[in-house]
Write a protein that binds this ligand. Structure first.
Ligand SMILES: *Cc1c(COP(=O)(O)O)cnc(C)c1O
Length: 345
C-alpha cells in the first residue's frame, strides 16, 4: 500500500537537480567566510525579500531564536501571537536562552493580531515594567491553518509597533506560500518588517535550513549569535546548493500544493461528520475536526493503518499539509481511505 504522507511539507525530498547541485557545489569553510555557495544562497534570499543581507541557519527554530536574541536584551518583553510557532513549538528557547518574557496577544482565526490588543500589550515606561522591544508575526500561520497575512495588514501592524519603538520580526517559515496565495511578490510582504526568517526545508523541498534576512548590521550581529548557539557550519555550501535550486525552481509550484489542499478540504467536507470549511483553506495546511464517533488519536491511528499519515493537534483536531510528494491522484486515494475509515466505524 502506498503511504500518503500529509504530516508536514517538511517530508519533501530534494529533487534530482538539487542533488546534482549539492554534488557539484563549490565549497569552503563558511565560519571563515570562505564558502561561495552559501554566500550565493544568502545573497539570493536577501534579494528575493528585498533585505540587505541574509544568514543561513540550520532551522526555522534557530532563525526565530537568533532573531529574538539579536533584537532584544535579557529582561525585555516581546509580543507574540497566542497561537504562534514561537510560543508553542520552540521549547521556550527565547526565554531560556534569551531571558525574554513572552507576552501573548490572541491570534484571530485568520492569523491577525488585533491592533488594539497589540497597542494595549505594549508597556509604557514604568519602573515596575519590563521593556517591550519586539513584535513577532507569522506568515503563513501554522496553527491558524496556513492563513496568510496581507501586505496591508503587515504594513499597518508594523507601523503601529514601530511607532512605539518596537522592532518587528516575521516568522515567515512559509512566506512564499503566502506570496503565491495572495499573488504578490514576497518582498512586499516583508518590506514592513525589520527581520524575516523562512524555511527552505518545507514546501520548497530542500533538505535542510532556513534563511534569516534583515539589515547588514542586524545580520552581522545575528551571525555572532548563530556561532554562540553552535550554528557556525563549515562546508555548508553542500546543503546551501540545494537551497539555491529550491528558490529558483520551487516557489511557483507551491500553487499546486494549494490546489491539492483545496481538493482535500472539498473532499473532506463531503464525508459525514467531518468538521471543515473548505472556504477557509488559503494555502497548503488543512485543519479539520474528525467525526464525533472517534477520538482524535483513534482517528489518526485508523488512518495510519490505511497508509494515510496526518497529525493530531489535540482533541479531535487534525492537521494535514499538502506537499510536492503528494499528487492529485494521491489526494483522491487518501479521501477514499479516510471515507472508508469513517464509514466502517
Ligand atoms: C516549521 C516552522 C518553524 C520551525 O522550523 P524548523 O525548521 O522545523 O525548526 C517556525 N515557524 C513556523 C511558522 C513553522 O511552520
Amino acid at each position: 500500500m502506498k503511504i500518503i504522507d500529509l504530516r508536514s511539507d517538511t517530508i519533501t525530498l530534494p529533487t534530482d537537480e538539487m542533488r546534482r547541485a549539492m554534488y557539484d557545489a563549490e565549497l569552503g569553510d563558511d565560519v571563515f567566510g570562505d564558502d561561495p555557495t552559501v554566500k550565493r544562497l544568502e545573497a539570493l534570499a536577501a534579494r528575493m525579500l528585498a533585505k540587505e543581507a541574509a544568514l543561513f541557519v540550520p532551522s526555522g527554530t534557530m532563525s526565530n531564536l537568533v532573531a529574538i536574541l539579536t533584537h532584544t536584551r535579557p529582561g525585555d518583553e516581546i509580543i507574540v501571537g497566542s497561537e504562534s510557532h514561537i510560543f508553542w513549538y520552540e521549547v521556550g528557547g527565547a526565554s531560556t536562552l534569551g531571558g525574554v518574557v513572552l507576552r501573548t496577544v490572541p491570534n484571530e482565526a485568520d492569523a491577525r493580531l488585533d491592533p488594539a490588543a497589540v497597542a494595549q500589550a505594549i508597556r509604557p515606561e514604568n519602573i515596575h515594567f519590563p521593556h517591550t522591544t519586539l513584535l513577532c508575526l507569522e506568515n503563513t500561520h501554522n496553527r491558524c491553518g496556513g492563513a496568510a497575512l496581507t501586505v496591508e495588514y503587515t504594513a499597518a501592524i508594523a507601523e503601529l509597533a514601530h511607532g512605539h519603538g518596537l522592532m518587528v520580526h516575521l516568522d515567515g517559515a512559509r512566506i512564499f506560500n503566502a506570496a503565491v496565495a495572495l499573488g504578490v511578490p514576497a518582498e512586499k510582504l516583508t518590506a514592513p518588517v525589520d527581520s524575516v526568517g523562512f524555511c527552505i526545508s518545507k514546501g520548497l523541498s530542500a533538505p535542510v535550513g532556513s534563511l534569516l534576512c534583515g539589515t547588514g548590521d542586524f545580520i552581522s550581529r545575528a551571525r555572532k549569535w548563530r556561532k554562540m548557539l553552535g550554528g557556525g557550519m563549515r562546508q555548508v555550501g553542500v546543503i546551501a546548493a540545494a537551497g539555491i535550486v529550491a528558490l529558483q525552481t520551487m516557489v511557483d509550484r507551491l500553487a499546486e500544493d494549494h490546489t491539492t489542499a483545496r481538493r482535500l478540504a472539498d473532499g473532506l467536507a463531503g464525508i459525514p461528520g467531518m468538521g471543515i470549511n473548505p472556504a477557509e483553506i488559503q494555502t497548503n495546511i488543512v485543519i479539520f475536526e474528525s467525526p464525533e464517533t472517534m477520538s482524535g488519536p483513534e482517528f489518526i491511528q485508523r488512518l495510519s493503518e490505511q497508509g494515510v499519515k496526518v497529525i493530531n493537534r489535540g482533541g479531535r483536531t487534525v492537521r494535514a499539509v499538502t506537499n510536492r510528494m503528494v499528487s492529485t491522484a494521491d489526494i483522491a486515494e487518501a479521501l477514499e481511505r479516510i471515507s472508508s475509515v469513517v464509514k466502517n466505524r
